[in-house]
Design a protein around this ligand. Structure first.
Ligand SMILES: [Zn+2]
Length: 201
């Protein structure tokens, strides 16, 4: 006798859901069955929210943060300091730093870090965009807030080397940001202390 399985459409849905981060086989199955059995239009609302968000959100032209416009809220905020720039690995590192309230400048996400093993070189990162900003904006200090792992270090060193002859103070946040976990996993107090205890490069 043939082993009974869910119909193809449900199996497909489970396979699609499993692509989401943090969703394992059991969760994918539970979500799929919830979708199939929902007595209202909540599944449709979720699917519309996914489509709307995909369509509406892009990367800020300057810093790379999530934005519905060409410039994100941070870059468009004229009350922020324009001479201070904080360089981070990912757009997702920006909000944890914002939550500390310890930084009133602007950000620049590189979109990754130099990692030869993953075939990520300097040209794959938003380094060219950073150099352009430095030409166009009056930046007096750049704070590097990249992870304290090997790739984060070599990325910081690479960019610092490009900038060392410019009249800009180059600093890095104090150690204490857990390597690997990135800024997302650091608590606000640690981040705030790391920002105020920054050191010269
Ligand atoms: Zn921005």
């Amino acid at each position: 006798m043939k082993r009974t399985e869910y119909p193809v459409a449900i199996r497909n849905l489970i396979a699609q859901l499993r692509q989401m981060p943090g969703v394992g086989p059991r969760s994918a199955e539970r979500i799929a069955l919830w979708i199939v059995r929902a007595g209202d239009d909540r599944p449709e609302l979720i699917s519309r929210a996914i489509a709307d968000t995909r369509q509406a959100i892009r990367s800020c032209r300057l810093c790379g943060f999530f934005s519905a416009n060409e410039l994100c809220e941070i870059c468009a905020d004229s009350s922020r300091a324009t001479d201070l720039l904080c360089v981070v690995e990912q757009a997702t590192d920006i909000l944890p730093l914002e939550k500390t309230n310890a930084f009133r400048g602007r950000y620049h996400s590189l979109g990754g870090k130099i990692s030869p093993l993953d075939h990520v070189g300097p040209d794959d990162l938003r380094i060219k965009e950073l150099l352009q900003r430095i030409e166009q904006e009056k930046i007096t200090e750049i704070i590097f807030a990249l992870p304290a792992d090997v790739e984060g270090e070599s990325t910081t060193n690479y960019v610092v080397d490009l900038l060392k002859d410019k009249p800009i103070n180059l600093t890095r946040i104090a150690r204490g940001i857990p390597a690997g976990g990135g800024l997302e996993s650091a608590d606000e107090l640690t981040l705030s202390a790391a920002l105020s205890g920054r050191t010269k490069l």
